[in-house]
Write a protein that binds this ligand. Structure first.
Ligand SMILES: C[S@@+](CC[C@H](N)C(=O)[O-])C[C@H]1O[C@@H](n2cnc3c(N)ncnc32)[C@H](O)[C@@H]1O
Length: 419
């Protein structure tokens, strides 16, 4: 029997029985030994060991699974979990489950509370339970786990509807789009996989804003994504006092920091809370629709509507900060955004602080590589390696003073000054 590959070549397929054997049985013992070692030293607050243990446990599962099981997990189980969780979030199912301290509840009672067909709720929870995200306490009876309890927190739940409804068609049809364009890296943010999938000319941000509530949910989702990640302003990451506050103009009117594309202000608010004695002006810039969503923000923080592709109105700030902004844009647009900042900078005084992933040349972390694929499908953009950052920043007239980081390539702070 022969098999025609995507590239047109013909080769004999392997013996189908390999799809029914564990993917890597020989490594099982090694993973189990490492798990036992790590379990001996873990504590609930030790994130490094917890991550290593979780990664080893994932390796163990991958080694034990057969290729057929892995395929079914990807093609059925995970998409079906996304479907069930998204519908549950929209229905308010997890709020209903969390009532009475998350006590065990019958699916019929939950269905009554949320106003849905009991059979539908039972089927959704059956798969969510089979995947281990709720605890099955009896026939048609469940209680939430810590994960499903967390789905009542808007910044944790928002990702499900916005990804399912507003974005993931771009991923699902990426292979079709690639076949059509001849397998090229997308580089036009208004004519890429997302536009192909949603039949639109709008870029991702415009598309989400035009299809509410997805725009609002996306901003909440960004807040959720940042939770629990090392913050650049924490001790041991970037020395804010020595590098920014010492040597800053202390005049009340002198701009200290501009958070460019700062969304609803979570970073600048955190900075002020951690450094309440910060001098000068604190400016939050974003598009009007985004600033309009702010619920609470310290009165010291100025809200300024600004399109970062146009002239930067705040000149000579101590720092222009951008968090997860440049990864949204192809290099051509990034160069325009950077040019608007370098024009406004005061030589020898102003810095640009870029808070982004810096992907290492080897052993990239899966959260960063997943984001890289999403950047490609949604925005024709990318997560960048250190070399990619140098290739972008140095021709823009900037020198990288230092790349500050606390974890392997995950969210670093790239400190730049005019060259
Ligand atoms: C990925 S979000 C990051 C937001 C925030 N810095 C954070 O880390 O949570 C990108 C931000 O850029 C903003 N943005 C997109 N296009 C913009 C433009 N032309 N001018 C200003 N902000 C823009 C979006 O509204 C969004 O808040």
């Amino acid at each position: 029997m022969s098999n025609v590959q995507g590239n047109g070549t013909t080769q004999a397929p392997p013996d189908p029985s390999i799809a029914l054997k564990p993917c890597d049985f020989d490594s099982v013992n090694t993973h189990v030994k490492k798990i036992n070692e790590l379990v001996g030293s873990i504590s609930p607050t030790d994130n490094v060991t917890r991550n290593e243990l979780a990664e080893t446990a994932r390796k163990l599962v991958r080694a034990l699974e057969t290729p057929r099981e892995t395929m079914i997990k990807h093609c059925w189980a995970q998409p079906a979990a996304m479907t069930a969780l998204t519908t549950g979030v929209e229905l308010g199912l997890f709020e209903a489950m969390a009532a009475d301290n998350g006590s065990s509840k019958k699916t019929a009672d939950l269905a009554k509370t949320v106003g849905a067909d009991p059979t539908l709720v039972a089927r959704l929870l059956r798969h969510i339970g089979a995947m281990g995200y709720v605890e099955e306490t009896d026939i048609d009876q469940y209680k939430p786990t810590n994960f499903t309890k967390s789905l009542v927190i808007p910044i944790i739940s928002a990702g499900y509807p916005v990804l399912s409804g507003g974005l993931l068609s771009a991923n699902n049809l990426f292979h079709e789009y690639q076949k059509k364009v001849g397998y090229k890296t997308p580089n036009d943010l208004s004519d890429g996989p997302l536009q192909y999938a949603y039949k639109t000319k709008l870029n991702m941000f415009e598309h989400l804003q035009a299809n509410q509530p997805y725009g609002d949910l996306f901003n909440l989702h960004m807040g959720g994504y940042h939770q629990g990640r090392a913050s650049w302003m924490d001790t041991g990451f970037y020395p804010v006092q020595e590098k920014l506050i010492d040597g800053a103009d202390k005049d009340d009117k002198a701009p200290f920091i501009v958070d460019v594309g700062g969304s609803i202000g979570h970073d600048i608010q955190e900075l002020l809370e951690k450094y309440p004695h910060i001098p000068g002006r604190l400016v939050l810039q974003d598009l009007p629709a985004v600033l309009g969503q702010i619920k609470t923000l310290d009165s010291r923080i100025e809200r300024m509507e600004h399109n970062f592709l146009t002239e930067q109105p705040v000149k000579g700030a101590r720092a222009y900060f951008m968090h997860s902004v440049l990864h949204d844009w192809p290099d051509v647009e990034c160069r325009k955004i950077l040019a608007r900042l370098t024009e406004a900078m005061k030589p020898g005084y102003s810095k640009i602080l870029i808070n982004e992933n810096v992907i290492p040349p080897r052993h990239a972390q899966w959260e960063a590589t997943a984001l890289d694929i999403l950047m490609m499908t949604l925005l024709a953009s990318r997560e960048r390696t250190e070399q990619d950052w140098r290739d972008l920043l140095e021709p823009a007239g900037l020198k990288i003073v230092k790349i500050w980081t606390v974890q392997n390539g995950v969210e670093s702070l790239i400190e730049c000054e005019l060259a």
